[in-house]
Design a protein around this ligand. Sequence first.
Ligand SMILES: [Zn+2]
Length: 327
Amino acid sequence: MPVFASLRSSLLLVAVLASPVSAQDPVAPSLPSDPAQATVSTADVGLFWRAWDAWVADGQRPERLAPILQAEYLDKGSAGVRDFTPDRIISADALATRILEDRAYYERVRPITERIASRLPDLQGVYRAFEQRYPDAVFPTLYVVIGRRNSGGMSSPRALILGAEMFAGQGARLDEEDVLPMVAHELVHFQQRTSAERGGGLLGASLREGGADFIAEQIAGRHINTRVKGYGDSHEHDLWPRFLADLSRPDGHRPWLYNGRDPNRVGLPDLGYYMGYKIAQAYFQRAADRDAAFATLVRMEDPSAILRDSRYGERFGATTPAPSPEP
Ligand SMILES: [Zn+2]
């Protein structure tokens, strides 16, 4: 298993390594506040490709892919795979269907997923930069998994999870260079003190996403989605009044977030990330105490106060009103 071995030796540079024997390691009961104690596991990447190779060796019949993925990947996978399954992988059948739709994509991205570990030594630097600016930080285990090409990452109540097959570069939404800012983004979500990304109305969701992008850029040195940022920058004056109007609508998030397949969205998919990023940036730039502002943006306890104090809307000749309470 040369791939597995090389992942392993790379990770030793990072931190403590999950056991290579099984990906089903118990989650640590308390989370480290020292970045040097943070654990990273790429065991699921090895499991996935071993399952793939077993399927190929078995004659690569389409109907055999789902049962092999179930037995050799999902059943043996880590807590990260388990947390990534309900909304993302869904099931072995769904994963097999996605793979068989475009098998060449997975074959092309395989070496990228297998060398993600080689990017992770830099992760310690990102974690340390975060810990220095946010001393309350905790560092859950990061699991690198293979998914259904619908999510680059998530934070669950116990872990950070990276969808390695998303970072394929050409023809994909994310590049290899996006790995560190994506982990940073999920790390920020883990520290946020408001509810899940999909709840809490347009303002809360946009600021949780865009605030995480802003902090990730601060600590990882790169914005995750340069394409959306470029579009937003060239349409900023048009976007603000539409965003402002949608803040008070009960389903106002739909044009702005999680809408890659929605033809009625505003501009490019997920422009709510951009709006939240710009509000967070304006808040930070206005703050007299940058350390306090950084912590406020990480915790994201009161999105309405952050919007108000950012005075972002004043750039467009309007006073920022207090938005309606979130549904
Ligand atoms: Zn997010």
